[in-house]
Each structure stands twice: as structure tokens, then as C-alpha cells.
Design a binder for this molecule. Structure first.
Ligand code: HPA
Length: 291
């Protein structure tokens, strides 16, 4: 395992007093320490729309990204930067409040470092969320889409030497998002009185929003929603054998803005994500409880 991933994982573990996971104990000369709190079972990336879930976590400890040596920090206003370790729905979880994006200028390996570390801490399931533009005319602002598949148009984070301790050189991506978890999400949403959309997320670099021609193109190639995050994180989680569940909160309808000609702003995206947040938070809490 790369020094950086190992050192960062060890630092976070020791600061949050989390017991070592097999990545360490299996390795020749691996960690011999025992004790500490249980490894988190679930990792949650609190993207736009899930930020408020942080309040539902019975917090055991938090760690600001700024305190972690050589750790990427978001430059986007409104994105906090810290890990929250605690309990949610009876499970030990670790949440990332804030993520970095490729468009901020970080190398792709830095962008995925936090998720790499969550996987090394021992999570079995990763739940990711994002704000996204709706590519299909069927989606409305405020809809929640469970991600069924994705098209990654951000550089692939597995390019470069493969770390065989983490995963295989040629990583399987036939089921990037776990079908059983998707079915569970639909079931829970129905019980909570709403229905989820389901579709394919296109991950692009941004940071400019799409032109009308690009909107038509991304829809034609199979995309239902588009955003600037998530796909590299999912690629590394799958590389490390972690199951993934993902949600896109539809903050703007691109097909409509294409015809209306009204400009799309980040403020609009942030505002729209706020409205659907309680639904998404309730959904994710209950899904975690039933894992
Ligand atoms: N395009 C790209 N990323 C986004 C959008 C969009 O329309 N909305 C929220 N994130």
C-alpha cells in the first residue's frame, strides 16, 4: 500500500481511536496494535443534499481535514472539511463532510484519497451523494435519483502503478452500484411516502456547466443526470471491493434551461439541494439501519 494511504489511514485511526483493519494486520510487519473502537461499517460522502445527515449521526469523534498531514481540502465555499465518526441506525459509520473535486486542480489520486482511506478503515458499504443536473426531461427539480450506473468522463483514478494490496490491475465494473442496495433504497423510499428516480450519472470535470449541445450529447450517450464528482470515488471503492449505493439530487433541469435560455448558477443548485435534503437524509438513515 502506498505510504501516503497507509500513513493517512493510521493518522485518522489513531486520532479517532479506531481499531486497525485487516489491511494492516494481514500485511507482513503490519500493525500489531489492538483495541480501539470498532471499524466503521459504512462510509458516507455527504455531498450537496446530504450535509444535514451529519446532525443525525451520534458523533463519537470528528477530525478536521486541516489537521491531517498532506490531506486535500475543498476550496469551494460552503463545503466543510471533516470526518465524523459515530453511530447511525445502530451501525458504526464514518462520514465525510465535504469532498474535493477534480476541477479544483487536485491530481485525481488526491481527489480519491479520502475514499481510499475510508475503505482502508474497513467500511463494507460506501454511500455517495451529489447534486446533479437532470438530463432526461422526465426528471424534475427536487427529485432524488438512485444511481444505477455511471459514465466516467473524469480521469480514471486507477491510472498509474496498481497497488495490489488494494485491488486488481483491471478492476471489474459490471455492477458498480449494488443491485440489492438499490432495491432496498426503493423499498425504504416507498415506505416513507415517495418514489425514487433511477438512472445513469455522468461524471464530468466541470467546472463550467453544460452547453445545450453537450446536454443533448450526454443524454444521447445514456446519461440521466450529470455532475462533477462521485465517479472516481466509486471506481476506487469498487477497486477495493466495497459495495456502493449512490444518490443524485436533481437540482436543475438541463433540458428546460436549454430551451428557456436562463442562466444556471451555483446558488440555484445549492438552494434546490436544500429543499430535498430532509427526504434524502431520512432515506439514508433508514437504509443504513437496515443494512
Ligand atoms: N451540471 C453539472 N454539474 C451539476 C449540475 C449541472 O447541471 N447541477 C449540479 N451539479
Amino acid at each position: 500500500m502506498s505510504e501516503r494511504i497507509r500513513n493517512t489511514t493510521c493518522f485518522i485511526r489513531s486520532r479517532l481511536n479506531i481499531a486497525p483493519h485487516r489491511y494492516y494486520t494481514d500485511m507482513p510487519g503490519g500493525a500489531v496494535e489492538t483495541g480501539g473502537l470498532p471499524a466503521p461499517q459504512v462510509g458516507i460522502v455527504l455531498g450537496s443534499g446530504l450535509g444535514a445527515l451529519a446532525d443525525s449521526i451520534e458523533t463519537i469523534g470528528t477530525l478536521d481535514y486541516a489537521e491531517i498531514p498532506d490531506f486535500p481540502r475543498s476550496t469551494v465555499p460552503g463545503h466543510r472539511g471533516r470526518f465524523i465518526y459515530g453511530r447511525l441506525g445502530g451501525k458504526y459509520v464514518i462520514a465525510m463532510e465535504g469532498r474535493v473535486h477534480y476541477y479544483e486542480g487536485y491530481p485525481i489520486r488526491d481527489v480519491v484519497l479520502p475514499v481510499r482511506v475510508l475503505c482502508c478503515l474497513g467500511i463494507e458499504t460506501l454511500i455517495v451523494s451529489n447534486a446533479a443536473g437532470g438530463l432526461t426531461p422526465l426528471f424534475q427539480v427536487g427529485d432524488i435519483m438512485v444511481i444505477e450506473d455511471h459514465i466516467n468522463l473524469i480521469p480514471n483514478p486507477l491510472v498509474g502503478p496498481n497497488d495490489a494490496v488494494l485491488g486488481e490491475r483491471f478492476s471489474d465494473m459490471t455492477q458498480p452500484y449494488d443491485r440489492k442496495l438499490i432495491a432496498l433504497a426503493h423499498r425504504v423510499a416507498r415506505e416513507q411516502g415517495f418514489s425514487l428516480q433511477q438512472g445513469c450519472y455522468v461524471g464530468t470535470t466541470g467546472p463550467s456547466y453544460e452547453t445545450p449541445a453537450e446536454v443533448r450529447y450526454f443524454h444521447t450517450i445514456g446519461g440521466d443526470a450529470i455532475g462533477m464528482s462521485t465517479t472516481p470515488e466509486v471506481i476506487v471503492a469498487r477497486h477495493q471491493g466495497v459495495s456502493v449505493l449512490g444518490f443524485s439530487l436533481i437540482t436543475n433541469a438541463l433540458r428546460r434551461s436549454e430551451t428557456s435560455g436562463s442562466p444556471l448558477t451555483h446558488a440555484e443548485v445549492v438552494e434546490a439541494s436544500g429543499e430535498a435534503t430532509p427526504r434524502l437524509c431520512a432515506l439514508v438513515s433508514e437504509v443504513v439501519a437496515r443494512l
